[in-house]
Design a protein around this ligand. Sequence first.
Ligand code: ADP
Ligand code: MG
Length: 322
Amino acid sequence: MLGEFELIRHYFAAAACAQAADGVVLGIGDDCALLEVPVDEQLAVSTDTLVAGVHFPADAAGLLLGQRALAVSVSDLAAMGAAPLAFTLALTLPDAAPDWLADFTAGLESMARHCGVHLIGGDTTRGPLSLTLTVFGRVPKGLALTRAGARAGDLLCVGGSLGDAAGALPFVLGEQPLREDANALLAHYWSPSPQLALGQALRGLATAALDISDGLLADCGHIARASGVALIVEQQRLPLSAALRACAGDETARQLALAGGDDYVLAFTLPAEKLDGLRAMGQPVHVIGRVEAGQGVHLQDAEGRAIQPLQRGYQHFGSQRD
Ligand code: ADP
Ligand code: MG
């Protein structure tokens, strides 16, 4: 059985994503890593913890988990308009199973390559399986996208179809037998693609942004609160994928798009005059509503009548799941 230091050397320090890179002055092996950020940029930092049995099934394949854990973290950089630089990995493992570790690092590697992010350190401990990733990104001074700038009159937009990951959950959990057309949903759940290009394109254009992790309505609530505005979501404009509609049916697909978690698609507010320019850049933009004076998140039908959503989203320690 590998000791802690052999394990770190063999699986993590040796990984391609842990080798020398621009902006990383010192990587794995010392007491700290050293990062270099140009004087006209700021460092964006975010931490996420994933716990077996809470955020993913305890028997999840290492490869899929490695991909997903990193994607979920990097998505926060996308939401701030930051360019990925580096990440650390604090890993708690019940045992050092070599096959699982090799699969896990392969998944991490593939997502690290996809996102252009480098492993610079971490911690390795024994205990129930959990992962904490901290990501570091670079953003030009003053251009980070926060949740606080939405203004009445802006459009409310998202960067892709909603509800796909939530639609995959019954298949992930084995509650429903696998079917051909669920594959696109499963790919979205296990390997979400952080919207890095969109986030960076939104710098200086969007007035507020975040990535949807807890469900559209719940996350829009964060923008509404931070910006001191009301967000109106027009139900008929929700982008739903063909795969989700086929697997879940139209009504459930809508519910999942509104309240299902794990999408990691960006939601943002945009002055209407910026829309054409953003689309001309080839960025995916779906207008789903608008910003008004007031507070809260309000769902409307095609005629502008208020709709009461069945469920708003996911909160740990809240009254719904967990
Ligand atoms: P310290 O005792 O000084 O905190 P550790 O012995 O925990 O250092 O780790 C030794 C080196 O290996 C450090 O540079 C640390 O960042 C790195 N490291 C430990 N675990 C991991 C991991 N899971 N992934 C990447 N780097 C790791
Ligand atoms: Mg340590």
